[in-house]
Write a protein that binds this ligand. Structure first.
Ligand code: ZN
Ligand code: ZN
Length: 121
């Protein structure tokens, strides 16, 4: 076999004739040579598994707190915890605010403090 007419598939490392070699985009800057079997396998995988983006856009550095005085749950940015004690946005006091990160089973969408706290900040 003429070696110049053969390429190695970068996916399965098999030597394939030039007629069966396909060029697939590897990322936005580079391409990779693959055999036609790997090419169709990659295309199938891409069509079946579109990249999923995380739906939640809640910042990672946010913790839940609850004011046990008025039973009011809210989220607080942990970057601000270095600056001040978390204050309940409902009653304005900080002496009954507890860490609620261990009690996250309740419905997150109905937490009333989330929008309020962002308006405040
Ligand atoms: Zn291959
Ligand atoms: Zn309160």
């Amino acid at each position: 076999m003429d070696i110049r007419r053969v390429r190695t598939c970068e996916k399965c490392k098999t030597s394939v004739p030039l007629s069966r070699v396909r060029l697939m985009p590897k990322n936005k800057d580079a391409s990779m040579l693959v055999c036609d079997e790997c090419c169709s396998a990659m295309q199938t995988a891409r069509s079946q598994n579109p990249p999923k983006k995380p739906i939640r856009n809640i910042p990672a550095n946010v913790e839940k707190r609850q004011c046990t005085r008025c039973n009011y749950s809210f989220r607080i940015s942990t970057t601000r915890l270095d600056l001040q004690k978390p204050v309940c946005p409902y009653c304005g006091k900080d002496d009954r605010v507890t860490n609620r990160t261990e009690v996250q089973k309740q419905s997150e969408s109905s937490l009333p403090g989330y929008t309020a706290i962002h308006r405040r900040w």
